[in-house]
Write a protein that binds this ligand. Structure first.
Ligand SMILES: Nc1ncnc2c1ncn2[C@@H]1O[C@H](COP(=O)(O)OP(=O)(O)OP(=O)(O)O)[C@@H](O)[C@H]1O
Ligand SMILES: [Mg+2]
Ligand SMILES: [Zn+2]
Length: 681
């Protein structure tokens, strides 16, 4: 048939001609084997075979999809007559995949109503799959006549009157479930992907209705999808009031495509690749990258180094029995106004799939996930920040202010990288393979060097121990740095630009990271030895000191991750001793900052896990022992007598006794029955 002849043929015939292509004839015969009821057509194919038909399908999808479905059924009757016999006409659907252009959620409006569009986004909500009645059978109670009513709209429609001319009764009618036909139905909501979001804008969302066994349950919250469908405008109905005049847009899905779960590898041009390789070849590559991270923020080299490791990440290990995360978690604890939020926002901007949120979360789902009751009565599962940043970086400011539910769920998210939900009939496990960069304010507003880390941060130690690296940002007046920092900040304000040029521009840095992430570095024999020695040394140091928890396997894994990340920065496949050294050094700094035993100056990992430095625990033990001893004699312990005894016999300063006593009181181990007296509880 020539193009002209085919233009004259009716649309259904033209669709059928199109489906006679070898490729689709094969697909049609496979339908019988797989028991499937839909045939997926690449829109590109349709466009090149019959442009006019393709264009009309986009413009008038309701009319043309109907032709397409009928054509598919007609062709199925030719290819697989027996299978077509079993199925009814209405059950066979053509699914259109991949329109030439994506419609942005932010421009979707009244112009597109009734049109076929393709939208992309990340699923933020999904309802359970429920049966929806399409053709409802009703029996008249008077004459038992059965009538089928085609259903549309949100409410079940009963017959207006009995169809039997002899009866014509207005009811009552019985709904007959067995004689009615149902399809699987699910509602999802997609939201603009963080990377599509113009800076400073809230993400737009769109509700999508999935009807049909082949469409439901294909994707979960957190998945990135491309959905082809017809834009509908529906009037929300208010009970007793009626329909509203302002309609709501939603999408009747025709096809849903789950995008690869990996962040799209950013495309690098040959020139860019050359630049990346040049940077990586330099011996000072690590310095160069660190200096390119938030150059407007002065100082904090070690923190930027940690951020660099987090951005490049370690290698995920998928063993037959378990998976070990490669992504790193970094925590910044610091005084107000120490540029924490600025750093986090910067990272969210440059990281692939970066997301910035506060500990409270911006939605009801918070940081992990939540099951919500919908207005219509049903339940939906909503994804929180860590799920939305799957395979990316979640920057969570003020993490100490997270919801109590998240406090529980974040444990699993941080180590196993999943979020499990079992509530309101919804049971699901969502992926949260996320690097976490978190910031928190000290419990008392400012970091108190004379308190332990656990006292300073209002996070349980079980969460603290899941961070690979923890850094403290102290706002301490120091003449030299203050001078240079003020100059730096004032310079920015005067010139309106950063005084230090970023060696790698942000756009290239993003590509650099994406490029480096393809490398899976392996430990060299010498690097492995170095890490093992360090670990054993640390273990030995706590041995025999009656220390309940020493450095754990967690830190060893962190060391490996940091080493891998450092090798990646240099685009190296092998982890060298220098990588291991750097990892050990940053780990020491991190442990040191948070774990310095304020009384002996020694690094003490106990501090992080139990919240008490070893020597302090020893002292608490001594003080408690003395209290018990003295109680035997006097019943109540005179505080001044206790202090005197401890300073003389045990060499603990009065100030320390006071401080430790306060802590024991706070813990509830002892109490003050009267001013100046102590008693054990
Ligand atoms: N080292 C620094 N270099 C450049 N600017 C800085 C530095 N430290 C602080 N600032 C500036 O101080 C301001 C306050 O920073 P920011 O809001 O990020 O602090 P914060 O640590 O998040 O404080 P809070 O804990 O109160 O939320 C910012 O405008 C930031 O640019
Ligand atoms: Mg802040
Ligand atoms: Zn009747």
């Amino acid at each position: 048939m020539t193009q002209e002849e085919s233009l004259q043929a009716d649309p259904q015939t033209r669709f059928q001609d199109f489906l006679k292509q070898e490729k689709y004839r094969k697909t049609l015969s496979q339908m019988a084997v797989q028991g499937s009821t839909s045939i997926t057509v690449d829109f590109e194919d349709l466009l090149s075979a019959d442009t006019d038909l393709a264009e009309n399908t986009v413009k008038k999808p309701d009319e043309y999809m109907n032709y397409a479905n009928k054509a598919a059924y007609a062709q199925l009757q030719i290819e697989e007559p027996e299978y077509a016999e079993q199925k009814e006409k209405e059950e066979i659907h053509v699914r259109l995949k991949g329109l030439p252009e994506t419609t942005q959620l932010r421009i979707l409006g009244s112009l597109q109503i009734g049109k076929l569009v393709m939208v992309e986004g990340i699923i933020v909500r999904s309802s359970p799959v429920n049966p929806m009645v399409m053709r409802a059978a009703f029996k008249c109670k008077r004459c038992e006549n059965i009538q089928i009513i085609e259903q549309a709209g949100p409410f079940l429609k009963a017959p207006f009157a009995c169809a039997d001319p002899a009866c014509k009764s207005k009811g009552p009618f019985d709904f007959l479930q067995e004689e009615s036909t149902f399809i699987d139905f699910q509602r999802i909501r997609i939201q603009e992907r963080p990377e599509d979001l113009p800076p400073g804008q809230l993400p737009r969302w769109l509700n999508i209705e999935l009807a049909g066994r082949d469409l439901v349950d294909l994707a979960r919250p957190g998945d990135h999808v491309a959905v082809v469908g017809i834009v509908r405008a529906r009037a929300p109905t208010l009970p007793t009031v009626g329909k509203l005049r302002v309609f709501r847009l939603n999408l009747d899905a025709n096809h849903i495509d789950v995008k690869s779960k990996e962040p799209e590898a950013l495309i690098t041009s040959p020139e860019e690749e050359k630049k990346i390789l040049d940077i990586a070849r330099d011996a000072w590559v690590h310095r160069t990258v660190i200096r390119s991270i938030a150059p407007s923020i002065y100082g904090y080299e070690h923190i930027k180094e940690a951020i660099m490791y987090m951005l490049f990440g370690g290698v995920m290990k998928q063993l037959p029995d378990i998976t070990i995360r490669g992504d790193m978690n970094v925590l910044l604890v610091g005084d107000p106004g120490t540029a924490k939020s600025q750093l986090l926002q910067y990272v969210a901007r440059i990281a692939p799939r970066g997301l910035y949120t506060s500990g409270r979360g911006t939605t009801a789902a918070g940081l992990t996930a939540a099951v919500l009751r919908e207005r219509g009565g049903g339940m939906t599962l909503e994804a929180g920040a860590l799920v939305l940043a799957d395979k990316g970086v979640a920057c969570i400011d003020e993490i100490d202010k997270m919801r109590p539910e998240d406090r529980v769920a974040i444990h699993e998210a941080m180590e196993q990288h999943t979020v499990s939900v079992a509530k309101g009939g919804i049971v699901a496990t969502l992926n949260a393979r996320t690097s976490l960069l978190a910031a928190a304010n000290p419990a008392l507003g400012r970091y108190d060097a004379y308190r332990t880390v656990a006292e300073n941060i209002t996070l349980p130690v079980t969460i603290l121990s899941r961070f690979d690296i923890i850094f403290v940002l102290k706002d301490q007046p120091e003449k030299e740095t203050d001078t240079r920092m003020s100059e730096h900040i004032l310079d920015i304000h005067r010139r309106g630009m950063t005084p230090v040029e970023s060696p790698i521009p942000p756009n290239l840095l993003r590509k650099y990271i994406s490029y480096a992430k393809n490398i899976k570095p392996k430990l060299s024999e010498t690097a492995l030895q170095r890490l093992r020695d360090f670990y054993l040394e640390m273990r030995a140091a706590s041995e025999g000191r009656d220390s309940p928890i020493a450095i754990t396997a967690r830190q060893l894994e962190s060391l490996v991750r940091v080493s891998e990340a450092r090798a990646r920065v240099a685009l190296r496949k092998e982890i060298l001793v220098e990588d291991a050294e750097a990892a050990i050094s940053i780990m020491r700094k991190s442990l040191g900052e948070v774990g310095i035993d304020v009384t002996t100056g020694k690094t003490d990992i106990d501090l992080i896990y139990t919240g008490k430095p070893k020597s302090m625990r020893d002292r608490l033990q001594v003080i408690l022992g003395t209290i018990i001893e003295m109680e035997k004699e006097t019943g109540m312990v005179d505080e001044s007598a206790l202090i005197e005894k401890l300073t003389k016999e045990r060499d603990i300063t009065a100030q320390d006794v006071q401080r430790l006593l306060d802590q024991l009181v706070k813990e509830g181990t002892v109490y003050r029955p009267r001013e100046g007296y102590i008693k054990k509880t």
